[in-house]
Write a protein of this length. Structure first.
Length: 81
């Protein structure tokens, strides 16, 4: 675990294999503990926002689970935008 800023903590879950899934997609498995640390109930369906972040020096993929919002929408019958 390393601290980048006073308000940010980083936990390394190791290197993951990005497996081929069909012709055009790839799949990566996320640790259950990582999802639980984000407040997700891992026994329910979890959705995530996936973004490509580019800076001058780096490019990376950001995955942000939104477990509680998804459950609330499903319970109220709201549709995603």
């Amino acid at each position: 675990m390393s601290k980048h800023k006073q308000t940010e903590t980083s936990i390394d879950f190791g290197i993951k294999t990005v497996r081929k899934h069909g012709d055009y997609t790839r799949v990566i498995a996320l640790d259950r503990k990582a999802l639980e640390n984000c407040g997700c109930d891992t026994d329910k369906t979890i959705k995530a926002k996936v973004e490509l972040i580019k800076t001058r020096d780096d490019s990376f993929i950001k995955v942000s689970p939104f477990c509680e919002e998804t459950e609330a929408q499903e319970n109220t019958g709201e549709k995603e935008k």
